[in-house]
Design a protein around this ligand. Structure first.
Ligand code: SF4
Length: 376
């Protein structure tokens, strides 16, 4: 059962999140957490970049020290996208007549030889868009150019990418395509749960992904790995309440899926979004930075929409590439080290001059640690 969060009346009615950030309620939950467990610290992994940022922003790690260790996992889509994908995107950007449309974070991620930002400075046409439909609009406005959207994300982004392909097809926009780098979260969680080097006791499951796939999607994982999984909202009281739910499961020597985020996520999830994804995509193997190739953990474009697949259309392949020397993003993404343990953290690698993807994305663990002064 979700832990009832003490709800004060919001002082600022324009901010709907205020009740979930109440300091007195947070202190009460922290006291309950600390009073509920006297064993060794429980290792809880969050697999959502928004959780990573919320935990750092609200300083939730320190009050739980000695009881629960919150570990960031591979929950930032930009961070887990390997260098080979960036290289393929740059190759497309440098092709004559091609416009690359992408979310802002992607332009600064270094590939093996450059970033999209560098390619743009060299004359490539790289545009920042706020949704895949913006990229369809770009293609519609300039039929003489090929517009390629960089489809990077998890199950939250995949339905919007699918929608853009359906829209382009319906409008007869043939100069639009997607270079897909879409991943599904439960497969990565299963790999991490089975990895003896990672040592996870429980998962804090992502809020928005769970709203799409449904909380029942974690049941097979719990049956196989025997670890508690709690779907958590993004606010401090959501996260603290979920930690308490996890500790109570562990105290009771049980493991099941619980849903703290029941105000949005349901057991079945969003059926329309799932149907859209099932129509446009098909499962494929996906290469995750730090985790390697995970069978069936990616979403490729289905054959019936092949003309919208930039990889097929332009004959561009995403190649596997080794981690660059000195960069420990792979260990950060597996939760094996905390960002400040990377020797480059805050020295050679900063948000202004990033070496690895985890320092580029606003949802990256290294960027969050640097921004909020962790390990400074
Ligand atoms: S500090 Fe930089 S190089 Fe080191 S793990 Fe983080 S992003 Fe990668």
């Amino acid at each position: 059962m979700p832990i009832p969060i003490p709800m004060p009346m919001p002082q600022n009615r324009s901010n709907p999140f205020e009740p979930f950030r109440d300091p007195a309620a947070a202190a009460a939950l922290i006291a309950k957490i600390r009073g509920s467990w006297d064993g060794p610290p429980v290792r809880i992994m969050e697999v959502c970049g928004t959780h990573t940022m919320a935990i750092a922003r609200h300083g939730l790690r320190e009050p739980l020290q000695g009881v629960a260790k919150l570990i960031s996992g591979p929950g930032c889509p930009v961070c887990v996208t390997p260098d080979g994908y960036i290289d393929a995107a740059i190759a497309l950007a440098e092709a004559p007549g091609v416009t690359i449309a992408t979310f802002g974070d992607m332009v600064r991620v270094p590939g093996t030889r450059a970033s999209l930002e560098r390619a743009r400075a060299g004359g490539a046409d790289v545009r920042i868009v706020y949704s895949p439909l913006d990229a369809v609009t770009l293609a519609s406005a300039d039929p003489a150019r090929e517009v390629v959207f960089l489809g990077v994300g998890f199950e939250t982004t995949a339905p919007t990418v699918a929608g853009s392909i359906i829209t382009a097809q319906a409008r007869g926009i043939a100069n639009y395509s997607v270079l897909p780098s879409l991943r599904t979260i439960p497969g990565a969680m299963a790999l991490l749960a089975a990895d003896p080097d990672v040592k996870i006791d429980a998962f804090l499951c992502p809020a928005n992904v769970s709203a799409i796939i449904g909380t029942d999607a974690y049941r097979p994982l719990v049956e196989v790995c025997g670890l508690p999984c709690v779907v958590a909202g993004f606010e401090p009281l959501d996260i603290l309440s979920s930690v308490l739910m996890i500790l109570r499961q562990i105290s009771a020597r049980t493991a099941r899926v619980e849903n703290e985020y029941s105000r949005v996520a349901t057991p079945a999830g969003n059926r329309k979004a799932q149907a859209l994804m099932a129509d446009v995509f098909e499962p494929c193997d996906a290469d995750w930075r730090g985790l390697g190739v995970l069978p069936g953990s990616g979403l490729g474009i289905a054959s019936k929409y092949a003309s919208f697949d930039a990889g097929r259309k332009f004959g561009v392949a995403v190649l596997s590439t080794p981690e660059r020397p000195g960069c420990r993003c792979g260990e950060v993404l597996k939760g094996m080290i905390d960002p400040p343990e990377c020797p480059l953290f805050g020295n050679a690698c900063t948000p202004e001059s990033p070496v690895g993807a985890c320092m580029v994305s606003t949802e990256g663990a290294c960027a969050a640690a640097r921004r909020f002064g962790i390990g400074a």
